[in-house]
Structures are given as C-alpha cells and as structure tokens.
Ligand binder design. Structure first.
Ligand SMILES: [Zn+2]
Length: 404
C-alpha cells in the first residue's frame, strides 16, 4: 500500500463491552443504536484486537504504517518503536470497570517471556501477560468522570477506617503493617471473612443507595453500586474494600489524570478520551468476574500513599497539552470559534478527532471536512491546518513526543 496521501479520513472500531453506555458514542459517531447495545469504546489505533482503517477504500492503517514506516511515523518513532506507539480511545463508562494495575516495562518483558516459556496459551483464562509492553495511560474527561486512583494518603486512610464502622478491624492492621500489609491482608483474606466483614456494610449502604441518599462524592455510593453490579451468589467481591482504600477522584471536563505502572485504579463512571501505550497488559484486583491472580497482582501494585495529580493541561496558543512522562504518546485538544484557524506540525502519525463542532483539516492541497465524531490521520512532518466551521469546535489530537 503506497503512501498516496499525507492526510486520510480515519475510521476507528467500536468495542461493545457490557459496561459501556448506550448513547454517547452512538451520538458522537452519528449511529442509531436501535438494538440498544452498549457502546463502551471507540478505538483509533493499530492494536490487533481492533484495527483502524484509513482512506476512502477503508484500507488498514496498520498496513499503511508497516509499508511506509519512516514516512508515516517519522524517523524517531520509526527507529524507537517501529509501529504506532499509542492507542487512542473514546470511552463511555456506564458500569464501573475492574480494579486494575499495569506492569512496568521491565516486569512486562520478563513476565511475558516466563508465561510463554511455561506454555500458557495466549487466550487461556489464567494468562496474565498479553504482550511485553507496559501500559501507561492518560484519561482526559469529556464530562464529569469518576475513578479510583492509588491508595489514600495516611490521614485519609485512618479517617475512613475509623469512620466506617464495618471496616474498623482494618485500622490496627494499617497502623502496624502499613499499606502493603493492609492490601495483602484484604486480598488474601479467606472469602468467608470477606463476607463476614462486608455483608453488614452492604446491608447498611445498599438501601441508602437505592433510596438515592448517597452522593457520588462518598465511597459508600460506589461500594453499594459495586455490590449490586458484581456480587454473584453469597460471595462478596473483595474489590469493595479497595473502594474505601483508594482515592475517589472526580475529574472535571477538560482535566485529565495519568496512570503510570503500579498505580491501582478503576474507572467508575463517565466519558473520556484515553490514550495509552499499545499494550493489553492488565492485572485485576476485584470488581470483576474475570480471573484474579493475587500473587501476580501484589508483585506489581505500588503500595504507597498517592495524592492524585489532576492535570489541567498546559496552554500553548489554541492548544491545551497534557504533559506526562510517557514517551509513547501525547494528548492535547484544540478549541476554535467560528471561522478561527490554527495549525500544528505533526511529529509522527497523528490522529485528530472532532469531539464537538465541525472543521476543515488541511495538509498542503489535501483537505477533509469533518463533523463531530469524524477523525483524520496525518503522517509525520506536516503542517496541519484546522479551520472551524462551527461556533465552538473541540479537536482532540493524539501524538507522541518525537525525541528531545
Ligand atoms: Zn488501566
């Protein structure tokens, strides 16, 4: 597939995971969701699970890159990564996702090799490592977005364990054994003991939740929702402990949060634009019906106090850029009023998606008119011109830092 253009219309792929919302992504993509299917994620990248397509003939982006590496990715990314280093998604979380942590690059490499050597099939339920990559990720809120993120700082931990009567027995464990001791304790606790501690809590908070007496700013709200969503039979999901142990974070529209290796997290509700290294390595720690490998999880979780760092973005003219240490990606957005224009230079193969409004995107003589939900792919080293045709246009841009 020869490189005919520098600018292509890009077509992503929808993932219909059960936790997805019914309205936001269909409205964005201008799809009528007649079957009322959940639309969880819209993937724009080259991950083999859902390959994006480009151009009028819907050709594979992956193939376009593979056959024109230097020209599409630019020499720095081509040399250092050899493929599109990021996966860009639009997410709509209706039901909370599992608690998870992602391994460091070094650990992922070693553990992937170990599972390969042990002959564990790629699709086996007890397979933990899908590839040899780490998965730093950044989520930028497109509305009110809620998540759990890292362990509460000491004072807050002491306060919640003192104030929630049913969790009182955990306080001396935290005081004596710290974060690691406490987390190990709840994750390794026999299921009977989990039930004994959590049943009275659930009996107290679920009625309050159903009566609408809990707010999203309270851990009880999410613990009750988790109890309703994840419990099967008599056993209670031990992930409910983590709802109290982790920071409950509300990210406002336009702000973002970065998750590096080892930070436990769970997305609870809301819409976001998410960008990550191209990996699928996830270790789960509850709020799920999927496989949990506790010893593997404990190997990767950083058991330490975390103060959530909400990123407001750094303003550069019309562009707001979320700065992170990740070398695989950079996410930003551009805001334009009616007939306003702005240009950026593409550092690698970049994705531009219109989240609100409409715009004309141009590279040299090539032009695309894009409405909300439509996306463009631009190859490296181009001046990308954007001209808004709506009163307010929001364009999200996925890129990568091209060296120092
Ligand atoms: Zn994650």
């Amino acid at each position: 597939m020869a490189l005919k253009n520098k600018l292509y219309p890009l077509y992503g792929k929808v993932q219909h995971y059960a936790w997805g919302g019914y309205d936001y992504i269909p409205a964005l993509l201008d799809i009528t969701n007649e079957e009322n299917k959940p639309y969880a994620e819209y993937w724009m990248g080259t991950h083999p699970l859902a390959l994006a397509e480009v151009g009028e003939n819907h050709e594979s982006l992956s193939q376009l890159i593979a056959e024109n590496k230097e020209a599409v990715l630019g020499s720095y990314i081509a040399k250092n990564f050899g493929s599109l280093p990021y996966l860009f998604k639009i997410m709509d979380v209706r039901d909370m996702l599992s608690i998870q942590v992602h391994p460091s690059k070094q650990n992922a490499g070693a553990d992937y090799a170990r599972e390969n050597a042990a002959g564990i099939a790629a699709n086996a339920p007890n397979r933990n490592y899908k590839d040899d990559n780490h998965k730093p990720e950044l989520a930028a809120a497109l509305g009110d977005f809620w998540l759990l993120h890292g362990f509460k700082p000491k004072e807050k931990m002491v306060s919640i364990l003192s104030n929630v009567d049913e969790l009182e027995s955990l306080l001396p464990i935290f005081e004596e054994e710290g974060y690691e001791g406490l987390y190990k304790h709840v994750m390794e606790m026999p299921q009977e003991e989990v039930n004994e501690i959590l049943q009275p809590l659930i009996d107290r908070i679920v009625p309050l939740y159903k009566e609408g007496k809990l707010t999203r700013y309270k851990e009880d709200f999410w613990a009750a929702r988790a109890a309703i969503t994840f419990n099967e039979g008599d056993d209670i999901d031990r992930g409910i402990f983590s709802v109290y142990l982790f920071n409950l974070v509300n990210v406002k529209k336009g702000d973002a949060i970065f998750q590096d290796a080892g930070v436990p997290h769970a997305y609870l509700e809301g819409k976001n634009a998410e960008i990550m290294a191209n990996s699928d390595n996830v270790l789960r720690g509850g709020l799920t019906k999927k496989h949990i490998d506790v010893p593997e999880l404990l190997k990767h979780v950083k058991c330490e106090a975390t103060v959530p760092d909400i990123l407001h973005g750094v303003k550069d003219n019309r562009e707001i850029i979320y700065k992170t240490p990740a070398k695989e990606f950079e996410l930003s957005y551009i805001t334009l009023g009616k007939d306003e224009s702005f240009s950026v230079y593409s550092r690698t193969g970049e994705v531009f998606i219109i989240i609100e409004g409409s715009a004309r995107i141009g590279v040299g003589d090539e032009k695309l008119k894009l409405a909300g939900g439509e996306a463009a792919f631009v190859v490296a080293g181009q001046k990308v011109n954007m001209l808004s045709s709506a009163d307010k246009t929001y364009i999200y841009r996925a890129s990568a830092p091209a060296g120092d």
